[in-house]
Design a protein around this ligand. Structure first.
Ligand code: FMN
Length: 629
């Protein structure tokens, strides 16, 4: 399609020449030469204009050695035009190149050409800058009592949405510079080498010790393969950028001294940050917890490539990693709970990180086996919720909307004596539409047990698929696996299935009702599902070639009603969606199927694909599914 647009002027010119030849009025060779040089000029002008537009739009350096041949070509063109424009003009008008008497008084054609070129270049640059300076403005219409956090989230989500039309209208407001190192390694701190990961022998009693911790950390963030110079990790990550960093707070972990540690992946161990638990961390830790894993994101690692969509990616990536942690802990018999209510600010101070560059995003408490129920959600009770309030959202600051949205989803401990403002009215949950669509019951899932550890170790994203269809039983199994265990952080995740080649299921979009384990045909269920999915996923082949694509969305009303506030609810929903996505990777991997998460899509087309109202449900990522080629 794109090629057709590029070739269009050439095709039109060839058509015009053919018509002229047919009518016996084909001009002479010199005039044809003149016309074709004009056509080449249009191509060159368009390429240069687009290049200059993007330099300004994406805030790339105005001078770079990469562009030197481009500059030189433009210069040569300007010189060439200066010398030859009059001849060209004469040929096109079929007049002799010898100027009639008095022509010298007219402005020189060369000067005119140069001025035109300058105008075009300057115009493209100005347009690029104008469209490039996109800023997030929040709060204009937010009156007293309205939820500023939710307003910011809505503005952020809309701003970070992709659409075909938006490509020309937006650019990152923040310059994140070049790619930072892929790992953080605090080489000046003492290293505690961790024992190798622990394939627990059958019958061995579970225990929380250094080797169990090493096993947890390796299955969450360890290097599991090297490809094309990239060190691939246990959990998938958008663009293979791996923004997550893990830290350990140890209080009662055998073989790890009490204190705060950084997980040094290339170093193969833990680097000491603080001897003994810093008071801020000790105060936040439940009495019976033996330790904690703190997850942060180094924003720049993702932002230098993904700009203002970064916060979505770092959350989705982390969700996948948290599911690996959860599944590994469950396999080792180590109770692990995710906290949904914590103040990240003192944690950041204790970890020695600058929150604008590296934000604390999640916190998992670890317990000695038998001391806490496995896998329970650490939902803040009313008392804990009363100790925390939403951090004051701020409009774009130093690090642009990534910093702003991170602040908005953060919580702060209430200072003693501080009174909380009355809670904003919970966002209304939208009543389900009246449309009644027949449900299609799915076969009962087998829920077969598999050991997640070897599956995690072998997991890779699969983008090439065979044309073999999927059995309905398999799809049923996978949808059920994505929906259990019940939500840990957020009940806002919604699953949709776009069937391309599933036996017994019409091609098109389906909404999955996890409670009833049935599918509802979406109003948008349509032919050409493959083409529409591929187009919505920025023309990525994996999306069109897969036998099915699971579209993971979050319900705006549901996350806005989160006990910790609407903005924090958005963070929770993204993390939960990532966890569901990783469950698909793992369960599909155990069945020999391939999956690839897709975070790059046109938001409007994705909503239309699954037939949801974009005001109610926001698509957060796709997961392609099929038999690996
Ligand atoms: C949230 C998320 C979004 C992703 N988006 C895309 C995508 O749009 N296109 C793609 O080809 N891969 C995508 N991936 C897959 C990553 O490229 C992949 O995880 C990474 O290259 C590491 O490779 P591995 O998964 O085989 O370990 C995404 C992964 C995640 C977790």
């Amino acid at each position: 399609m794109k090629l057709a647009w590029v070739l269009l002027p050439l095709l039109l010119a060839a058509l015009a020449a053919a018509v002229l030849a047919w009518r016996g009025r084909l001009p002479g060779r010199t005039v044809l030469n003149a016309w074709s040089s004009l056509l080449l000029l249009v191509y060159l002008g368009a390429t240069a204009g687009l290049g200059i537009f993007w330099v300004a739009n994406q805030q790339l350096p105005v001078f770079d050695w990469h562009y030197v041949f481009g500059y030189a070509t433009l210069l040569l063109l300007a010189v060439h035009l200066t010398l030859n424009l009059r001849t060209l003009w004469a040929h096109l008008r079929r007049r002799p190149a010898v100027p009639p008497a008095g022509a010298g008084r007219r402005p020189a054609a060369g000067a005119l050409a140069l001025a035109g070129l300058g105008l075009a270049v300057g115009g493209a640059y100005w347009l690029g800058l104008r469209h490039g300076r996109t800023e997030l403005r929040v709060g204009a219409g937010a009156g007293p009592g309205s939820d500023l956090g939710l307003a910011l989230i809505e503005a952020f989500h809309a701003h970070s949405s992709h659409s075909r039309a938006g490509v020309l209208g937006r650019a990152p407001a923040t310059d994140w510079g070049g790619a930072p190192p892929p790992f953080k390694s605090l080489r000046d701190r003492a290293l505690l080498a961790l024992p190798p990961s622990w394939p627990r022998a059958p019958g061995q009693a579970p225990a929380l010790h250094a080797q169990a911790l090493a096993t947890l950390l390796w299955h969450a963030a360890g290097v599991t393969a090297e490809r094309g110079g990239l060190q691939l990790r246990a959990a998938p990550s958008s663009g293979a950028l791996f923004a997550t960093e893990l830290y350990v707070a140890a209080r009662g972990i055998d073989g790890v001294a009490a204190g705060l540690w950084h997980h040094d992946v290339p170093g193969g161990g833990l680097r000491a940050l603080h001897t003994g638990l810093p008071p801020a961390v000790a105060a936040a830790m439940p009495d019976d917890a033996a330790g904690a894993i703190v997850a942060t994101a180094v924003f720049r690692r993702s932002a230098y490539k993904y700009g203002d969509r970064t916060y979505r990616y770092v959350l989705a990536d982390l969700g996948h990693l948290l599911e690996n942690l959860r599944a590994t802990a469950a396999a080792l018999g180590i109770p692990l709970r995710l906290s949904s209510g914590f103040d990240e600010s003192p944690l950041a101070v204790a970890l020695g990180i600058d929150e604008r560059e590296e934000g604390v995003l999640a916190l998992a408490w670890l317990y000695e086996p038998g001391t806490a129920p496995q896998g329970r959600i650490d939902r803040p009770d009313a008392a804990a919720a009363a100790r925390l309030r939403a951090a004051t959202p701020a409009a774009a600051a130093g690090r642009g909307i990534t910093e702003a949205v991170h602040r908005a989803t953060s919580l702060r401990a209430v200072a003693s004596g501080e009174t909380l403002p009355p809670a904003a009215p919970a966002a209304a949950t939208v009543a389900p539409g009246l449309l009644v669509v027949p449900a299609m019951a799915l076969p009962r899932p087998l829920q077969a047990f598999y050991d997640p550890l070897p599956v995690i170790a072998a997991r890779r994203s699969v983008r090439r698929y065979r044309s073999r269809p999927l059995a309905l039983e398999t799809v049923s199994e996978l949808l059920a696996a994505m929906s259990r265990p019940a939500a840990w952080l957020s009940g806002a995740v919604r699953l949709h299935l776009v069937s391309h080649a599933v036996q017994g299921l019409a091609a098109g979009a389906w909404r999955y009702d996890a409670a009833a384990h049935v599918l509802h045909a979406s109003p948008s269920a349509a032919p050409a599902a493959r083409a529409r999915t591929r187009a919505a996923a920025l023309d990525q082949d994996a999306a069109g070639d897969a036998a099915a694509v699971i579209v993971i969305a979050i319900d705006r009303g549901a996350f806005a009603a989160d006990a910790m506030g609407a903005a924090r609810g958005y963070r929770h929903a993204f993390l939960e969606a990532g966890m569901a996505g990783e469950r698909l990777y793992l369960q599909a991997g155990a069945l020999g199927l391939g999956v690839c998460a897709i975070g790059a899509f046109y938001d409007d087309e994705a909503a239309a694909l699954i037939g949801v109202d974009p005001q109610r449900e926001w698509v957060v990522h796709f997961a392609t599914l099929g038999w690996p080629a």
